[in-house]
Design a protein. Structure first.
Length: 357
């Protein structure tokens, strides 16, 4: 590869040998030149998607594989699966697919989440369930556990928290003890103080975050994945909730304030990462759309690139383009630092050392 490597923006060359990146020219003179110009980014990241989920629930592994390929073909080579009814671990062994960081199944209260998605629990069961979800079959640790922090209470007609404070604290402690991190779904404001105090590792959506909470979120190093492309659907959620006018009004209000709240989160120094909520009700392959939405809300271009590439990869435990790193990267003809729309047209996509495009 001979190109400008981001984020350092240095023009140079590197090589792919046995699926790894090296800056040392191999002794073998038979070298394929894949690119002699352009801009190279570490593979894009979708830090909140659902590989193996459709609107009606879980899907067979063949459909999950097709979802991952759609993400890959858009340049997303690292996916954090933020909860599915059945985790397709066999996809981890597929040489042409993005790398997937798993989170097991959503943990929610009985009848307090989307039907068929979650492991539905009664009060008092969350900590044991979190500890169990933190261990994948075979005994290895699952990197993430996904807890649903709030959802509509149909008896009240509005979003309310799902869990008592003490139960959240114990669930997060048990998950951490088992070697997992904890991500939480949360739309509204009320559940956030308890989730933050419990020590969760990421806030998904976070449309209820306000300035009174952000210093503590930043101090604790909690990440936020704002899923702007999903938040753009809040009006349609409200349109379908005619029986719950208070909830509908809140969803419309949260949509209107989402961009300003995301920027307040950014200004507070909270780490923000790209995530689309693809799967379920949204199609896969939206990582670039999410990056453009974040930029449209006011986030600077270079920080958006970091949130959807090298910094997000570091957060999820993978390096960028450095000596010995896995060869997962994308080559573009145009400089995405000048126009993020360049990300829509990858010239080459390299996955695990193989050129798939």
């Amino acid at each position: 590869m001979r190109a400008t490597v981001l984020p350092e923006a240095e023009r140079g060359e590197f090589f792919v040998v046995a699926g790894k990146i090296t800056f040392n020219r191999p002794a073998d003179s038979d070298i394929d030149i894949v690119a002699s110009h352009g801009f190279v980014l570490p593979g894009l990241v979708d830090a909140h998607c659902h590989v193996g989920l459709a609107a009606a629930g879980g899907v067979p592994i063949e459909e999950a594989r097709a979802q991952a390929i759609t993400d890959r073909d858009g340049g997303a080579l690292l996916l954090r699966d933020a909860g599915v009814p059945e985790t397709h671990y066999l996809l981890d062994d597929e040489p042409d697919l993005p790398r997937i960081v798993h989170a097991g199944r959503h943990l929610a209260r009985h009848r307090r989440y989307i039907r068929g998605y979650a492991l539905e629990l009664e009060p008092g069961q969350l900590a044991d369930a979190a500890a169990a979800q933190a261990v994948r079959p075979g005994g290895a640790s699952t990197p993430w556990v996904k807890i649903v922090g709030d959802w509509i209470d149909r008896d009240i007609g509005d979003i309310t928290p799902l869990w008592p404070t003490g139960e959240l604290v114990e669930a997060v402690r048990r998950a951490h003890e088992a070697g997992a991190r904890v991500g939480v779904h949360v739309f509204g404001e009320e559940a956030l103080p308890d989730l933050i105090a419990a020590g969760v590792d990421s806030i998904e959506h976070g449309t209820g975050l306000d300035t009174s909470m952000l210093d503590e979120v930043a101090r604790r190093g909690i990440a936020v994945v704002p899923t702007m492309v999903m938040v753009s659907q809040f009006d349609s959620f409200a349109d379908q909730a005619t029986k719950y006018p208070v909830y509908a009004a809140r969803m419309r209000r949260l949509k209107r304030s989402a961009a300003a709240r995301m920027m307040a989160t950014y200004d507070a120094g909270v780490p923000i990462y790209v995530g689309t909520d693809a799967g379920g009700h949204l199609p896969h392959g939206l990582a670039v759309d999410e990056m453009l939405a974040m930029h449209g809300a006011g986030m600077p271009t270079l920080d958006v690139l970091a949130a959807g590439s090298w910094k997000a990869r570091q957060w999820l435990g993978l390096p960028g383009i450095v000596e010995g790193a896995p060869a997962d990267f994308v080559v573009y003809d145009d400089d995405p630092r000048l126009d993020l729309n360049a990300l829509r047209n990858p010239r080459h996509i390299v996955v695990r050392g193989a050129v798939v495009r």
